[in-house]
Design a protein around this ligand. Structure first.
Ligand code: FAD
Ligand code: SIN
Length: 522
């Protein structure tokens, strides 16, 4: 099957959907999504979306908090753009139908999270992402120019490479002509030709053994762009959320939102003592890199499997009213958060790096934009400030739409693109070749490339990954493609990028902490 669309959007989370809504009045939009439309990290976002709404908060305060959280590695220009556009973007989201909680005086009930100096996080109870995704999908459904194709897996973006023309990473003339997409129902790989393509494929938490990310987060978009010789950066900055619920073997790990600490919950040791003041004067509300490392250190020194989050002193009805999802989830495994402490452990949560884009969401490949977690805008630097990612997605999808609408008139389809050739490929009959390699990859990454790293651990991970890489490429070259095989290949690619960039960074900064490079930036 061959199809032509003006705008090809890969991903149906906040980044893809908000971009689609902005361009749909000006051309045909096709959204490709590998699972059901609502599935993705967006749906699971708990804490909320950070934006400057009322005094005493100011753009300057939010900018300062973002720069501090990012360990001063964020691009200040991009931080300023994002924060100063926050109020307008959130208002637009509200116009699209998203409901955020209000207090008795009718103002938005703003929450606080780690690293924020003010209350500025808009939320819908503790299931904000679900509300945002609902509102966006609802608006999409009523737009005649937007089509969503579920259970369609994008294998690769199409560039000159597919016309037999060599491209390399140093040139600036690589061009995107669309994408090859595996239709799960027909098992065919179809050709989608587009004028503009947006990658909004989200994160890659599944490269680790324990993650808060849903199963779809396998870094596909980043791997595709890297294979197409586009620029990818900052992959060493993987954010581990300090508090996922300790419930061994549950995948994904259930998140205990940072907003609970914002509401007053306190981290305690296995034997019930506060410990965060030892690490940072902001205590349990220090920024995420610091809290996750402190928990990791307490667990390792003492041989504990988890620490506790104590919310027992908070007002019972307020606790249940603001955090109904967490209350119900914990209760389902026998923990009453109004009476019991919650066992928590850090889990891989967010990728601060990704496809390098400029202030208009343009990647290094022509006609290709990226937004959301798969993109690296420069906002997060070495560590993301909590609840800044939903905001970043809105701001950069909007900016990408403005640029794409200017450009699209001058772009024509490339008719010479060949269809996908599966000739001679055979069905891989042994799923174990994929599932076992995935487990190995996740263990290598968790054990050697986690919260605390060293040169030796990184080298060991690199060497182990090389074996998995060769075996998987070999399998890929002779197999009829399946989503699982492609995801494994992409995750290995992501693991390689994280390790390579971690090896190149010879300092400890933000989320990249190496015992070989004691911190010297303080
Ligand atoms: P996603 O919402 O993950 O969507 C990715 C989309 O791409 C999906 O539709 C997926 O199916 C599709 N896709 C992926 N690969 C392919 C492929 N090969 N082919 C076709 N489709 C593909 N951030 C905040 O700011 N505030 C919060 O409170 C917050 N809480 C969070 C809680 C949890 C549990 C998690 C996991 C994350 C949280 N985050 C939060 C982070 C935030 O939710 C994500 O960074 C953000 O939602 C990413 O949006 P996205 O549109 O980039 O990706
Ligand atoms: C949370 O609710 O703690 C997650 C917020 C985020 O990842 O930004």
């Amino acid at each position: 099957m061959r199809k032509k669309v003006d705008f090809l959007v890969i991903g149906s989370g906040i980044a893809g959907l908000s971009f689609a809504l902005k361009v749909a009045d000006y051309g045909k939009v096709c959204i490709i999504t590998k699972s059901s439309a609502e599935e993705g990290s967006t749906k699971y976002a708990q804490g909320g979306i950070a934006a400057v709404m009322y005094t005493p908060d100011t753009y300057e305060k939010h900018i300062k908090d973002t720069m501090i959280a990012g360990d001063e590695l964020s691009d200040e220009k991009i931080v300023r753009i994002t924060i100063t556009e926050s109020t307008e973007r959130v208002k637009e989201l509200i116009e699209w139908g998203a409901n955020f909680d209000k207090n008795a005086s009718g103002k938005y009930d703003l929450a606080k999270e780690g690293g924020h100096s003010e209350f500025r996080v808009l939320h819908h109870k503790d299931n904000t992402g679900n509300e945002i995704e609902r509102a966006l999908l609802n608006s999409i459904a009523s737009h005649p120019n937007i089509e969503i194709l579920e259970n369609h897996f994008t294998v690769d973006i199409i560039t000159q490479h597919h016309l037999g023309i060599e491209v390399n990473r140093r040139t600036n003339d690589i061009r995107c002509f669309g994408a090859y997409v595996l239709n799960e129902a027909t098992h065919e790989i179809d050709t989608y030709l587009s004028k503009v393509t947006l990658i909004a494929t989200g994160g890659n938490g599944n490269v680790y053994n324990t993650t808060t990310n849903p199963a779809i987060s396998t870094g596909d978009g980043i791997a595709m762009v890297y294979r197409a010789k586009g620029k990818v950066e900052n992959m060493e900055f993987i954010q581990f959320h300090p508090t996922s619920l300790y419930n061994p073997n549950e995948k994904p790990a259930f998140l205990i939102t940072e907003a609970l600490r914002g509401a007053g919950a306190i981290l305690k040791t296995y034997d019930g003592k506060e410990f965060m003041q030892k690490y940072d004067q902001r205590g349990s509300l220090a920024s995420r890199d610091i809290v996750a490392r402190a928990i990791d250190s307490e667990m390792k020194i003492n041989g504990w499997d988890y620490v506790y989050l104590d919310a027992r002193h908070l007002e019972k009805h307020k606790l249940i009213d603001h955090f109904p999802t967490i209350y119900a989830k914990c209760l389902s495994i026998g923990i009453d958060i109004t009476r019991d402490m919650i066992p928590v452990v850090p889990a891989a949560h967010y990728n601060c790096g990704g496809i390098k884009v400029d202030e208009w969401g343009r990647s290094s490949i022509l006609n290709l934009y990226a937004s959301g977690e798969s993109a690296s805008t420069g906002l997060h630097g070495a560590n993301r400030l909590a609840s800044n990612s939903l905001l970043e997605s809105l701001v950069f999808s909007n900016r990408a739409s403005i640029d794409a609408l200017k450009e699209v008139k001058n772009i024509t389809y490339c008719k010479e693109i060949p269809d996908w050739n599966s000739e001679g490929m055979v069905m891989n009959e042994e799923m174990v070749l994929i599932t076992q390699s995935l487990k190995e990859l996740q263990l290598i990454m968790s054990n050697y490339v986690g919260i605390v790293r060293s040169n030796l651990r990184l080298k060991r991970a690199f060497d182990r990954l090389d074996i998995l890489y060769k075996e998987t490429e070999d399998l890929y070259d002779k197999s009829i493609l399946t989503t699982k095989l492609c995801e494994l290949r992409n995750l290995i690619n992501i693991g390689y990028l994280i390790i390579k960039m971690a090896m190149e960074r010879k300092e400890s900064i933000g989320l990249h902490y190496s015992i070989d490079y004691p911190r010297n930036r303080d």
